[in-house]
Design a protein. Sequence first.
Lengths: 216, 216
Amino acid sequence: VRSYCQYCSVAKALDVVGDRWTLLIVRELLLRGSCRYTDLRNGLPGIATNLLAARLRELEGAGLVRREEAPPPIATTLFSLTPRGAELQPVVEALGRFGIPYMSAEPAPNDEFRGPWLSWPAQIYLRDREPAMPAVAIELRTEGGSTTVEAGAGELRARPGAATNPDAVVSGSPPAILRLLSGGLAQGEELSPELELDGDLRALRRVLPRAESTAA
Amino acid sequence: VRSYCQYCSVAKALDVVGDRWTLLIVRELLLRGSCRYTDLRNGLPGIATNLLAARLRELEGAGLVRREEAPPPIATTLFSLTPRGAELQPVVEALGRFGIPYMSAEPAPNDEFRGPWLSWPAQIYLRDREPAMPAVAIELRTEGGSTTVEAGAGELRARPGAATNPDAVVSGSPPAILRLLSGGLAQGEELSPELELDGDLRALRRVLPRAESTAA
DNA sequence: CCGCATCCGGGGCGATACTG
DNA sequence: CAGTATCGCCCCGGATGCGG
């Protein structure tokens, strides 16, 4: 809330989004698009409810978040990013990329996890490596929820939630799935025994990074 | 210092660099390369000295900053980013880009300014638009210090400090210089009367963005 | 149940003074 | 020059209450 009082664009940006929790709220809104207060609270384990309300008001005042009162039949308020707020995506992505190395360690014993958070590593590691083939959907499933990866025509995007008709479903612990996303699968290599695959292995290979075969 | 306790790369990154002042310290180290405690203190107006010391120690512990004791003749300690710390450059650049719109307003009455901070807008707006020509150096001079822009062979980089043999020197207030960097100069347009040019106008035009002429 | 507001304890933060 | 020491304040975290 307190300004750095520096006429510098980096400092001015941090004046707006530098407070604690603010960029994590933006992360959730980038992932989920438009969601209710309770959805945000659930996607941000550890946040105090008064802080979430305060941050949302600040972001709204800064023109980064929009609050929509849904029509009477639904009777709920929806929060979403304004176009200006969506311009924070490069910031959150750069942070996500910088933070990737910290994920190779096992999660701390009291670390929480939510499935949609896999979207950031997925967008970083995965590519559509066979653009000519018809589109596929792959679901990454953990005990904390699912992320669905859709690849087609050379494009790839990740969104929270389960897929309706996935070509492949990979289940396992978050670190095991991360190792798969970052390390890929070498030619003829089998899936790690920590993971379980249901569906088409070729659909999975299509998006995974190429790994050198372990043998020379 | 307190962890978000979320197994997410964005949250893990903010665990390390999310504290107040931390990313601004990284900004200074990215700009200046290697500098003394006092240089950092001077480039970060408003920071409390105990906080600067604490943050430097945290960054050192996280492996992002390296502390070098210079040999006896100099007898000073130098701080610089490790390679891992330099990986924060995309984060700081993304923040700088997001913060640019806040710079179009006049600086707040108690806003401080340092010349090197112009490096971020310069790297965003300026390009070497005549790669075939011999290299040029342009100095952007304000009351808070200078930034030097060097363009040649299609590359452009900005560094803090005055130039030794500049082809052009632009002097003026920070907002006026920013308006020049972002708006450019249309064909035959004169430099704003707020600014003063000493040297070769063509060297300046070489790096400025193209502006449509005001007349139809 | 959803979207907060209020209260309170602890600690991060800001400013100044002081030291090897 | 490069920090440490101290102190007050306000942000933050956790719990609870409350109106729609």
